[in-house]
Design a protein around this ligand. Structure first.
Ligand SMILES: NC(=O)c1ccc[n+]([C@@H]2O[C@H](COP(=O)([O-])OP(=O)(O)OC[C@H]3O[C@@H](n4cnc5c(N)ncnc54)[C@H](OP(=O)(O)O)[C@@H]3O)[C@@H](O)[C@H]2O)c1
Length: 329
């Protein structure tokens, strides 16, 4: 497989916290659109388009599919054929933390679960190691020390180069970051949900990550497609909200939400952007954001999202207008 020689020239790469790793401003997530229910021709093209445009980071998790595990299997197949010569140009991440197999050892944050789950992920992707391994969500019942020790162990075993945490609120993130540092395996990155419609990270987490030199990669930056022009005129048949296995609930698309999306869409037009581009640019204007982790059900969508990089600056009038619209929710 031949990829563009120019693939690194149009992407911006940002340093991940205080680490040696640079991530592309746009990364691609494989939560939806890469499972056995999806069309291999379509997602293969999405992966090619991503890499051809400088996206070097692909994000997975044990449970991505459906069925759970199939996104890793499908990605692994394409990796070993089309990307065979490029493994060292890629940052591949996976995670464990949600339900993966029955019984008491297939969920949450025990050492037993994390170590076994990563072994399974490596087999599914036919990899010796992943670049980043995340604990996917905090576990209120397992001592944080056990979970962090498991992450440290995994790095020492050579099964992951770096570790991260996801969905941890600021106080628990602070403890996890301190423990990992003490263990000698610094936390590389935090993966929180963050978009114009979901802003809890602004209440302390972003400041913490900056202070501690940890990167930040927001997931669902388009609010699963809500922050695009997709739902302006109802729910299209091939959309995430329409699909039975899609995580976006039809109930989230209220009349008020659509009105808000319409107003944001008008503002995006004034900036010469699509709404998707404006929503991503709005996150990337903050230098504390290392990369935005988008999903895409087609290469066309990804190409549209990538164009956000042409303008990630906002003037105060635009920022105020966005705040006014967002306040209406
Ligand atoms: N750590 C965690 O707990 C966690 C949780 C969720 C996600 N994630 C990660 O974050 C990644 C991204 O999440 P996400 O898929 O929810 O992200 P998203 O970027 O908010 O939503 C992606 C969806 O938006 C639509 N879309 C994307 N680009 C578009 C464009 N330019 N124009 C119109 N529609 C567009 C598509 O919807 P249609 O499919 O309807 O076409 C696409 O599937 C995941 O793949 C995963 O890696 C992590």
């Amino acid at each position: 497989m031949k990829f563009s020689e120019q693939r690194y020239s149009n992407m911006q790469y940002r340093r991940c916290g205080e680490s040696g790793v640079l991530l592309p401003a746009i990364s691609l997530g494989l939560w939806h659109n890469f499972g056995d229910v999806d069309d291999v021709k379509v997602y293969r093209k999405t992966l090619h388009t991503a890499f051809d445009n400088g996206i070097t980071h692909f994000d997975l998790a044990n449970n991505y599919g459906p069925p759970p595990g199939s996104a890793e299997v499908n990605f692994g197949k394409i990796l070993h054929t089309d990307f065979k010569a490029h493994r060292d140009e890629l940052i591949i991440s996976t995670k464990a933390g949600y339900t993966m197999w029955p019984g008491p050892y297939g969920d949450w944050g025990s050492k037993k679960y994390l170590v076994s789950s990563l072994d399974q992920s490596l087999k599914r992707m036919k990899l010796d190691y992943v670049d980043i391994f995340y604990h996917h969500r905090p576990d209120p019942n397992t001592p944080l020390e056990e979970t962090m020790t498991a992450l440290d162990l995994i790095v020492r075993q050579g099964k992951a180069l770096y570790v991260g945490i996801s969905n941890y609120r600021a106080p628990e993130a602070k403890k996890a970051i301190a423990m990992l540092r003490k263990l000698g395996t610094p936390c590389l990155i935090h993966q929180p949900k963050y978009s114009m419609f979901e802003r809890w990270v602004e209440g302390g987490l972003l400041d913490l990550l900056e202070r501690k030199g940890v990167g930040c990669i927001p997931f669902s930056p388009l609010a699963q497609g809500l922050l695009t022009s997709k739902y302006l005129k109802g729910i299209p048949k091939n959309s995430r909200a329409f699909k039975a296995h899609g995580f976006l609930q039809k109930e989230a698309i209220t009349k008020e939400r659509v009105q808000q999306i319409q107003q944001l869409n008008e503002l995006a037009k004034q900036r010469g952007q699509t709404l998707a581009q404006m929503a991503l640019a709005w996150l990337l204007r903050d230098e504390r954001i290392t990369s935005v982790l988008v999903g895409a059900s087609s290469a066309t969508q990804l190409l549209d999202s990538l164009k956000c990089l042409n303008n990630i600056k906002f003037d105060q009038v635009e920022l105020d207008a966005i705040e006014m619209i967002l306040k209406e929710s």
